[in-house]
Design a binder for this molecule. Structure first.
Ligand SMILES: [Zn+2]
Length: 366
């Protein structure tokens, strides 16, 4: 899996020789022959023979088909080679630049990063931390035994208890269950905080989910993105698959909200920009807190060699410093890296009609 440290290293890496970045989809329905063929055809005409050889060698001899895709970054001239199997599928593509191409990774982090899941019942809970489509950590807690969980259950008639005694026992069970759910919520917060969870999914019966959620502090309640009704014995794969589904649906909703927020802010002329020109300008000033980019938006740009000013316009000289421009094949990629390096967030939007029209924009820090 791609660790935060590895991601940081990719963001920091720059070479005077070209870096070859490869994303290869190796999802379960694709045969090894098919993805090797895809790789060879993508590498045709690139004319970076040692990097091509390194990548082909890796896929042929080292890649054990972990995960559903793989990201490769190669600059053999500088003895730089990194390969990361990823647990989520990506579109296959290659890219050549002076730095590793990180936009697809921003995309993956955005959709599949930092999920906490709690399976809860009256007695205990299981907690999971999923990151980029992988289970990273799992923990369980078990409270006091809850007897007679079904009111008027089989055991009461077997023991011939009176209905009065039965009510007492079930009230006691109810209290035990409440206490357990409260304890579980506290343990969940400890677990989620430790894992730096950014979104939470709760699974259980409606009643248990509601009680558990009420026991979470307000800040954690606001991070709940969905609920499930999986049983306590659900296996990890089931939990992961359901998590990805709920996450994807919640993501669509959250992103639509961000787009509306950006458009409103830009219309008022404060804390928001839309369109390539204004977005590029804001990234240069380090003002972009959240960069929003449509998945299919790519645009060439011009970069000032002296001051790094980036613009979609072909100008004779930089309006800021009078420097010369070089053409950048994808200005969006530069904007994405700038925002990631300045600690901002990159949102890659899929299937959002409003964003497809806008292409690129951002929410600003000030
Ligand atoms: Zn300049």
């Amino acid at each position: 899996m791609l660790s935060d440290k590895a991601l940081q290293e990719l963001l920091d890496y720059e070479s005077s020789d070209p870096v070859l970045s490869i994303y290869l989809n190796t999802d379960t329905d694709i045969t090894p022959d098919a993805y090797k063929l895809t790789l060879r055809s993508m590498l045709k005409g690139i004319e970076m023979p040692s990097d091509e050889e390194a990548a082909l060698n890796y896929i042929e001899h080292e890649y054990a088909r972990q995960g559903r895709s793989v990201a490769i970054f190669s600059c053999v001239a500088k003895k730089y080679f990194r390969a990361y199997p990823l647990s989520v599928p990506v579109h296959s593509r290659v890219h050549i630049a002076s730095r590793p191409y990180v936009r697809p990774l921003a995309n993956i982090l955005d959709a599949y990063g930092a999920y906490g899941v709690a399976l809860v019942d009256m007695q205990g809970a299981r907690f999971f931390y999923f990151h980029m489509g992988e289970l990273v950590e799992e923990e369980g807690v078990l409270g006091d035994d809850v007897r007679h969980t079904k009111s008027g259950g089989a055991s009461s008639s077997v023991h011939g208890r009176s209905s009065h005694a039965d009510a007492g026992v079930s009230r006691q069970s109810e209290n035990t269950a409440k206490r357990n759910l409260k304890d579980s919520a506290e343990s969940a917060v400890t677990f989620f905080e430790k894992q730096k969870v950014r979104r939470v999914i709760i699974s259980g019966t409606d009643k248990n989910v509601a009680q558990f959620q009420n026991n979470l502090p307000k800040t954690w309640q606001s991070l709940v993105v969905g609920t499930l009704s999986l049983g306590m014995t659900a296996n990890r794969q089931e939990v992961l698959e359901e998590t990805i589904k709920v996450g994807a649906a919640a993501e669509v909703k959250r992103e639509a909200g961000l787009v509306r927020q950006m458009v409103t802010a830009a219309a008022k002329g404060i804390e928001g920009v839309v369109g390539l020109r204004d977005a590029l300008h804001a990234t240069r000033e380090g003002r972009v807190q959240t960069l929003l980019v449509d998945e299919n938006f790519h645009a060439p740009g011009y970069r000032c060699q002296s001051c790094d000013h980036l613009t979609p316009d072909e100008l004779d000289a930089c309006p800021f410093c009078g420097g010369n421009f070089t053409q950048a094949p994808d200005a969006t990629e530069i904007a994405v890296r700038r925002v990631m390096l300045s600690g901002g967030i990159v949102e890659i939007l899929r299937d959002n009609a409003e964003m497809a029209e806008i292409g690129i924009g951002g929410l600003l820090r000030y």
